[in-house]
Design a protein around this ligand. Sequence first.
Ligand code: UD1
Ligand code: CA
Length: 479
Amino acid sequence: MTHSKPVALILAAGKGTRMRSALPKVLHLVAGRSMIERVLDTAMAAGLEHPHVVVGFGHEQVRARMDGAGWQVQWVHQIDQRGTGDAVRAARGHLGERAGTVVVLSGDVPLLTPASLTGFLAQHRSSGAAASLVTVRVDDPAQYGRIVRERPGGPLSRIVEARDADPVDKRIDEINAGLYAFDGPTLFRYVDRLGANNAKNEYYLTDVFGMMVADGVVVNPVAMAPAAEFLGINSRVELAQAEAVVRERKVRALMEAGVTVHDPRTTYVDDEVVVGADTVLFPGVSLYGKTVVGERCEVRSGTVVRDSVLHDGVVVRECSLLDQAVVGEATQVGPFAHLRPGARLGRDVRVGNFVEVKNATLGDRTKASHLSYLGDAALGADVNIGAGTITCNYDGFHKNRTVIGDGVFVGSDSILVAPVELGDRSFVAASSVVTRDVPAGALAIARERQVNKEGYREILENKHADSCPICKAGGGGKT
Ligand code: UD1
Ligand code: CA
């Protein structure tokens, strides 16, 4: 079967020794998304077809994670990781008979953009070469393969891996980015001829270029920029560099779309997060996962929001934590508020300091301004929750629900022992322990009645003076 569109072959079998991790390298996250998924995203966005992914080290983990995320890719198993050339060879059974272009991508080069990939493919196509590769100039060529040319700016003669390079070649600052396009049959003919006589005793894919050039096969090096896009991630240090690049890209895109970001360096926003125009992000804000923030919101310092929806005009004050919460228009949250999964706040709601909300809905204009726990509850509109109110939702066995109607007033320091229901417009006297339903419009008082003992201080002081030897001797007074 032939394919008109280029096929993607992604190399992701390596252990990633330099990561020093039990997790396969390509599963490490860059700004919330695994490297392998980033590479696949880019490949798909650039119109590549039939993604083939070579896996080896930790292949069960990689496959499980990717299957779980709904990816449909052709898995290629490289049993022993004997180098990038060997990885391509492992794909022969799947791709070897196919005519057409095979685009080889490294699973550990996650910052590549679809625009650059598309540009590279266009150059490969128009060049008519059997093989193209991306080269980049870098300040520190470090561990990258060096591009050796016949003369400066002249045709490519070969690629030398850093570990095999002599001091002269080591100084070359044009490196191999690890992104290639090949005529499929030519590629497989050459990977068959690779040897492993080198510093790592591996089959280097990069050796095919020197062999092709020697045979007079047309090879097309494509110089591209910026270098940051072709950063290969082999260590945690490079992982942090990649993270910084993605973060900067994202925050820049937000600013260009009309979001004010007070301090881009300390603002962490995952790729998939959406933020509306005229929203202000204060220093030290983190927005993670699938969070959506509306227009004209304010998210203040120290706040972390994960997988939550904030409608327009929401203010989240300092140091609040929101996780899988929904916050209605113009609602104000925090400082120091904790919205846990299933917290759903209506419009114009107030959730103040040290208030925790879990699996609970709060109707429009409802207020819980201080020191409360509202869990497994449904609160209507215009409810006032006094400071220190707590829903006792857990009896040691089951989670029970508290239902509070519209316009209810709950006095401070009340304990609502679920399951319990407070009818519309009812009242709960301060410091009540409510164990039974309260009818609509009623006042529940569920605490000891206050008793005042008149003259108590006098009685106490006289009693003391009568029995105290020091006071009797006139040597002391009240203590
Ligand atoms: C490779 C290139 C180097 C280039 C750099 C760009 C080779 C020999 N060297 O070096 O010229 O400058 O990428 O980032 O290709 N892999 C397998 N099976 C294996 C070995 C590796 O699938 O047996 C995969 C890895 O998982 C990784 C990719 O191939 O995703 C690259 O391998 P890596 O070991 O990181 O190569 P580098 O040393 O970075
Ligand atoms: Ca690498």
